[in-house]
Design a protein. Structure first.
Length: 294
């Protein structure tokens, strides 16, 4: 097979793998926004904190990867529940801007706690797939990338089944459409919002545990929330399928930009896409048109 074709296939597979993490991040953000009407800018910091907790359990405490991952996910879910129950709930009824500012404050608080507790040094931890590679024809891919892709598919499929076929999932969809109407129908909206925060925080922990072995356990992991926001805008803000599509596209664009464009283009690509979409196509690929005549 031609070397150029092999390179394109290699970049495509790598882009889909890293893009699936961006899709998970975007999915968590949009689910929180649709259910609670709060844009959670602390999502990346929950992800980053989960990576550090995972490192502490695996490296410091010596707990095997799978039990450590499960404990990390449970801790993140508990953190998400507590943040909504005891912090976000205090501003219910306030303008959306208040929620945005409060989540930004929470982001800085979580970042400071991690910095004080773990220090600024980058670190990593072993996984069952570290150092293993798989050959798919002429393409060489790390087993970790395959696991990331499989995990993202499983989480997305489970979330779809949960929202579609369970009573609690249907209640979340109802609340996302109209919280007042859902409350009048007997849905306990406040408790439901806390559950959504717990669920999305658990998703952030999964994304953090998958991303950390690639990008290292570092304070800067919170930056992934910017990629998630770019994916949301590209796919269509408020669209769950759009969040998934946008995440995959951002991952692909980054990989190809890193090879075929000048140095620095890979790091800038997500933000350039964000700006371009906001200017040229604000509704995104799968978003609904919302307009107001003035």
């Amino acid at each position: 097979m031609d070397a150029q074709v092999v390179q394109i296939l290699q970049l495509t597979l790598n882009g889909i793998s890293i893009g699936s993490i961006y899709a998970l991040v975007a999915l968590g953000i949009v689910l929180t926004y649709k259910a609670t009407e709060v844009l959670n800018f602390a999502y990346g910091d929950i992800l980053m904190m989960s990576a550090f907790i995972g490192w502490g359990l695996i490296v410091v405490a010596g707990i095997p990867f799978w039990p450590a991952a499960l404990i990390t996910i449970l801790i993140a879910a508990l953190l998400g529940y507590v943040l909504d129950r005891h912090v976000m709930r205090t501003i219910v009824g306030q303008p959306q801007f208040a929620g945005v500012m409060l989540t930004i404050a929470l982001a800085f608080m979580l970042r400071g706690l991690v910095s004080m507790g773990f220090g600024p040094t980058s670190r990593s931890y072993p996984t069952p797939w570290t150092g293993h590679i798989t050959h798919i024809g002429p393409i060489v891919v790390t087993d970790l990338n395959l696991v990331i892709l499989a995990a993202a598919l499983i989480v997305t499929a489970l979330l779809f089944l949960f929202l579609r076929y369970t009573q609690l999932g249907v209640a979340i969809q109802a609340s996302s459409q109209n919280q007042l109407a859902a409350y009048l129908c007997g849905i306990r909206v406040k408790r439901l919002n806390s559950f959504v925060w717990a669920l999305t925080a658990a998703m952030a922990a999964v994304a953090g545990l998958l991303l950390a072995p690639i990008a290292l356990v570092d304070i800067s992991l919170w930056f992934v929330v910017l990629k998630g926001l770019a994916a949301l805008v590209l796919g269509g803000f408020g669209s769950i399928p759009g969040a998934i599509l946008g995440g995959l596209l951002i991952g692909l664009i980054e990989q190809f930009a890193g090879v075929y464009l000048p140095d620095g283009a890979k790091e800038m690509s997500a933000q350039l896409i964000l700006i371009a979409v906001l200017i040229l196509w604000p509704r995104g690929l799968l978003g609904e048109a919302h307009g107001r005549r003035v």
